[in-house]
Structure formats: C-alpha cells, structure tokens
Design a protein around this ligand. Sequence first.
Ligand code: AMP
Ligand code: FE
Ligand code: FE
Ligand code: ZN
Length: 290
Amino acid sequence: MTSRTGSAPRIDLHTHSTASDGTLTPAELVRAGAEAGLDVLAITDHDTTAGWAPAVRALPPGLLLVRGAELSCRWAGTQPATPLHLLAYLFDPEHPELVAELARVRASREERGERIVHLLRADGIDVSWPDILAGAAGGTVGRPHIAQALIRAGLVADTRAAFGPDWLGERYRLPKEDIDVFRAVRLVRAAGGVPVFAHPRATRRGRVVPDELIAELAAAGLAGLEADHEDHSPAERAHVRSLAAELDLLVTGSSDFHGTHKTVQLGAFGTGVEAYERIVAAGVTEVASG
Ligand code: AMP
Ligand code: FE
Ligand code: FE
Ligand code: ZN
C-alpha cells in the first residue's frame, strides 16, 4: 500500500471513542484521523464494537478503518490476578461467545463503577453514579468517567491525577470480572480475529506479566505485541521488539488516543505496513474504506 502523500503510510492501530472512554464520537474520531494525515486508523474501544457502524458511516475518503476492540483480560498466574489488555482486530462482531463475554465484562464494569462510587461516597466524596453513567452516554463505563466526576468536583486537576494512588489508581481501585487471557485469545481467533497484546510492558500502569506468559500466549494464538506506546520507556519498547522477534510475533505501535482524557495525539506512534498487512490477511472482517 502507498500513503496519500507518497511517504510511508501512517497507521495508528489503537484509538478510543465515546463508545468507551474516549472523548470524540466514532464519527469525529475518523474525521480527526483523516485530518491528522493517517492512512489507516483502528477503532479499539474497550469491550465493545458499538462504535464500528457510526465510524464506517462517517469514514472520510482515503482513510482505511480497521475495526477492533480492546478486551479487558486477566492472567490468573498471580494473586490477585494481573489485569491486561488484548487488542482484537477484524473479528466477527456477531460471534455469539465473544458477544456474550463482552456484554458480561461491560456489566461487570458498571457494577464495579457503582461500587467505587459507594467507596468514595462513604468517605464523604460527593460524586454521583447516575451523573457518571450519564457522562459515559451509553458507552462502556470506565474509570476515566469516574475521573471526570472527580475533576468536576474540583478534587483533582486532571485524569492523570485521578489515577494517582490516593484515588482511582490504588485507594479506590476495585477489580472487575475480566476475561481470562487464554480464553480471550482463543475466542478472538475463533471469531476470525487477530489478537495483539496491548502495551505489554507498561510498568508505569502497574504489574506486568512475565515473558514466559507471553510465550505461552503466542503458542495459544497470540499474533502480536504492541511495542511503541507512550506508556513504554525506550528500554521497554526495545524489550518488546526483541521478544516479538524471538516468538515470531508481529509488532505494532499506536497512540492509544483517548481524546482529551489523555494528552497523546492521533498518530503519535505508528505501525509498519508489513505488520498491518499481516493483520489484514489474518482477519475475517474487511478493512473499511471511505
Ligand atoms: P478501566 O478500564 O475502567 O480499568 O480504566 C482504565 C482506563 O483508564 C485506561 O484504558 C485508560 O484509558 C485510563 N487510564 C489508566 N491509567 C491512566 C493514567 N495514569 N492517566 C490517564 N488515564 C489512565
Ligand atoms: Fe481507556
Ligand atoms: Fe489499554
Ligand atoms: Zn486503549
């Protein structure tokens, strides 16, 4: 493939819309992708495909859309389990078992969100669950929506501060019923999709999984690792690349854009054409073009 400008194509394979915890609607997201000069954009909302149809409808000419999702997973090898994120690309959005798992996780997110709000309120912090749900506007609810309530209440300055240890990062952090990561890899493959481990070495987000687990996941069907991500240090990026080479996994890079919930911009990190083409070749859903 060639880019619109004749230079290397710009491919951003991890972004969020208001279908989860981003701040641009799916239509605004694809328009912003075109304006940012991207050739390929993937929409990867947390645990939902609700943004796919509106993104396709609004797709500007010249932009290719990879339909995907970011699955909330956990590895049971530690106590408590280690949470992790699995990007899933170009899968069948109607695969019954996968649809059921995503619905279950979304329900668990709502239940957890409400419990976090109870904990906050028990400490005299005036945040309202109905307001937070309204803020999510029907999209997958996440801690960034609770962060918005803390910002509105003047308790923290921004989302980053809301994820500090005194708030949602530790003190008011509760687990949700994430999907076992081996089950998730198998389900994504069964649904014709391509599973890629999102920001696998992001130590600044908390505990990360050992390389041995990634090797086991590769044997179970994992296709790739996201290396270039703002939450990875240069050394972590290099480590992910060498692990991917060792395990014959493809390597991606992406912005993990969340609109104004984060500072990172669309296209801040990108994926090479070869990895992109491996994903397209392996996925059952077509890449959409505007
Ligand atoms: P949840 O999915 O509800 O557990 O919340 C996790 C989401 O919060 C991630 O997908 C990010 O969008 C966001 N997030 C996590 N850590 C941070 C942070 N330190 N600063 C800003 N946003 C964060
Ligand atoms: Fe997010
Ligand atoms: Fe993630
Ligand atoms: Zn993400």
